[in-house]
Write a protein that binds this ligand. Structure first.
Ligand SMILES: O=c1ccn([C@@H]2O[C@H](COP(=O)(O)O)[C@@H](O)[C@H]2O)c(=O)[nH]1
Length: 224
């Protein structure tokens, strides 16, 4: 079975990204490239990484007016990413237009509440309710807008999936039981995320910063 792990290659160093991806390729199901990598290497860098033959998750978290996001999605279309992110809080029209502009085989997933935020961060942004409420609310908006799924933490994925059984659920903020959380606040273990209904897990530093990324990816994979 294909691994549910997408390794987040958050680096500006193309050679390092290639080297880590090559080392972990047998224990992951795909590569996640985000803002750091894309700002440094753009579409050329994505093409280079795609040569490794693993599915590409382009995590650009697009968030702007509908016209701008749709045109950005169209500009990214030649890359044919397996997965592309937009922010759910961009609203219904933005989500609809992003999905309409994406290639047929690209899953458009909407980021609900970043895993680096907790309840007090949410309150500070002026949003009423708990992280759970916010994720469930934005998951409903994403489903009604016709995108393919959402990004949320492992703490909310079971509730989101109960309301959207056919949705695609991306869970970052994943740490092995003894793992360092860093800037992540809503964290679960890989096993707990899968048990709760995650379709895929996004895992960066626990693999990329490990002394032996291959062994780290293999160890995490072995818990799933
Ligand atoms: O809510 C979110 C959305 C995206 N991310 C991204 O996932 C990885 C996580 O990296 P770690 O090193 O495992 O913390 C990173 O690329 C984020 O941009 C997220 O963490 N939370």
């Amino acid at each position: 079975m294909t691994s549910r792990i997408y390794v987040a290659l958050d680096t500006t160093d193309l050679a390092q990204a290639k080297s880590i991806a090559t080392r972990v390729r047998h224990h992951v199901g795909g590569i996640k490239l985000g803002l750091e990598f894309f700002c440094a290497h753009g579409q050329h860098g994505v093409h280079e990484m795609a040569q490794l033959g693993l599915p590409i998750f382009l995590d650009l978290k697009l968030h702007d007016i509908p016209n701008t996001v749709a045109k950005a999605v169209r500009a990214l279309a030649p890359l044919e990413p397996a997965i592309l992110t937009v922010h759910a809080s961009g609203g219904r029209a933005m989500l609809e237009d992003a999905k309409a502009a994406a290639p047929l085989n690209t899953k458009v997933v909407a980021v609900t509440m970043l895993t680096s935020l907790d309840a007090s961060d949410l309150t500070a942004t002026g949003v009423q309710g708990t992280p759970h409420d916010q994720v469930v609310r934005l998951a409903a908006l994403a489903r009604e807008s016709g995108v393919d799924g959402i990004v949320c933490s492992g703490a909310e994925v079971a509730a989101a999936k109960a309301a959207w059984p056919k949705g695609f659920f991306v869970v970052p903020g994943v740490r092995p039981a003894d793992g360092h959380h860093g800037d992540q606040k809503r964290v679960v273990t890989p096993r707990a995320a899968v048990d709760a209904g995650a379709s895929i897990l996004v895992i960066g530093r626990p693999i990329t910063q490990a002394e032996d990324p291959d062994a780290a990816a293999r160890a995490i994979s072995g818990t799933l």
